[in-house]
Write a protein that binds this ligand. Structure first.
Ligand SMILES: Cc1cc2nc3c(=O)[nH]c(=O)nc-3n(C[C@H](O)[C@H](O)[C@H](O)COP(=O)(O)OP(=O)(O)OC[C@H]3O[C@@H](n4cnc5c(N)ncnc54)[C@H](O)[C@@H]3O)c2cc1C
Length: 297
């Protein structure tokens, strides 16, 4: 076998898994096409020792540290197909290269499906945000908003209210009476009607424009978009995938082992909620579980 383990996706989960396997002196290869989910944000928050660091810089440093281990290999490529055979797994890359490994660790992350509102996509990770724990204190006591996507948006707006005065933009949806009562009790404003655009200078946000023509002043807008798996490889391998509140989640046990023996999954694709720290922790679990399986069978 060329590698003891092949890690598909070299973000926070994948690099953590590979680092632990390399430290266990196992031959591990990480295949990554360098599109981590938080690449739109200039600063990542909440990861101990790296609060405020650029997420791409954290990953670049992790790759550099991993590359020093003699049994670790890093490949910048896209895994496009994977199959289980008698000896293990064979994975083909977009470049045409094929790699074989005894264990597979899936860590290819999620892709967010952003609503097609003009002015939203280009501000994602800057002033249009997914999570106030990651990007909340930077907008403390400013004019905050939440864009309604699903019933979960009611929960989200009640959380965001902890950081400052917040408005829920319904964008054409209707609130259940119970939800409307909870928001009124918390003093949260609700704006009806479809949103037609977001406005502001560069990455900054200054107004939400409604289809009615009305503009509401704002500094930061939160939304919880639906997300999908970044790669179809889990389905191709026959791994069980469940439908979570915001999109698909690969089912794993406490060792991050999937329903297919020898295949582990870590990070955003195999859990909720999501953060760099949780993805890192999952990667450690997947890497050490795969190692124990190599030792004990
Ligand atoms: C805008 C934004 C800002 C965020 N800010 C924060 C923050 O401040 N703090 C925080 O804790 N969390 C933050 N998050 C959450 C954080 O980004 C994720 O929880 C974290 O990136 C998950 O790590 P992961 O390793 O599971 O996936 P990712 O980091 O997304 O890494 C997956 C990797 O797999 C690669 N890949 C995908 N398919 C393939 C394939 N077929 N072949 C090879 N490689 C592949 C991708 O290119 C990527 O490099 C933010 C999220 C968003 C959307």
């Amino acid at each position: 076998m060329e590698h003891d383990a092949l890690v598909i996706g070299g973000g926070f989960a994948g690099l953590a898994a590979a680092t632990y396997l390399a430290r266990a002196r196992r031959k591990v290869c990480v295949v990554d096409n360098r599109l981590p989910r938080n690449r739109f944000a200039k600063a990542s928050h909440g990861f101990l020792g790296q609060d405020g660091s650029n997420p791409l810089a954290i990953l670049a440093e992790a790759r550099e540290q991993l590359s020093v281990y003699p049994t670790a290999a890093l490949l910048q490529d896209e895994a496009v197909s994977a199959r289980k055979d008698r000896e293990g797994f064979t994975v083909s890359m977009a470049s045409g290269q094929t790699l074989k490994a005894d264990k597979l660790i899936l860590a290819f992350g999620l892709r967010d499906e952003l609503p097609p509102i003009p002015g939203l996509r280009e501000r994602w990770g800057q002033s249009v945000l997914h999570c106030p724990y990651c990007h909340g204190i930077e907008f403390s006591d400013r004019r905050l908003g939440v864009l309604y996507r699903t019933e979960m948006s009611v929960h989200q707006v009640l959380i965001v209210a902890e950081w400052g005065p917040v408005t829920l933009y319904l964008d054409g949806a209707r609130l259940e009476p119970d939800a409307a009562r909870k928001l009124a009790e918390r003093g949260i404003a609700v704006v009806d009607g479809p949103v037609s655009a977001l406005e502001g200078d560069g990455p900054a946000l200054s107004a939400v424009r409604l289809e009615s023509g009305k503009r509401v002043a704002i500094d930061a807008l939160y939304l919880a978009p639906r997300s999908c798996l970044s790669s179809p490889l889990a389905e191709k391998l026959g791994v069980d995938v469940e439908e979570g509140a915001m999109g698909p989640v690969i089912r794993t046990d406490a060792d991050k082992l999937t329903s297919v023996p020898g295949v582990y999954a870590a990070g955003d694709i195999a859990r909720a909620p999501h953060s760099v720290s949780w993805a890192f922790a999952d990667g450690v679990t997947a890497g050490t579980s795969a190692h124990r399986a190599m030792v004990f069978g």
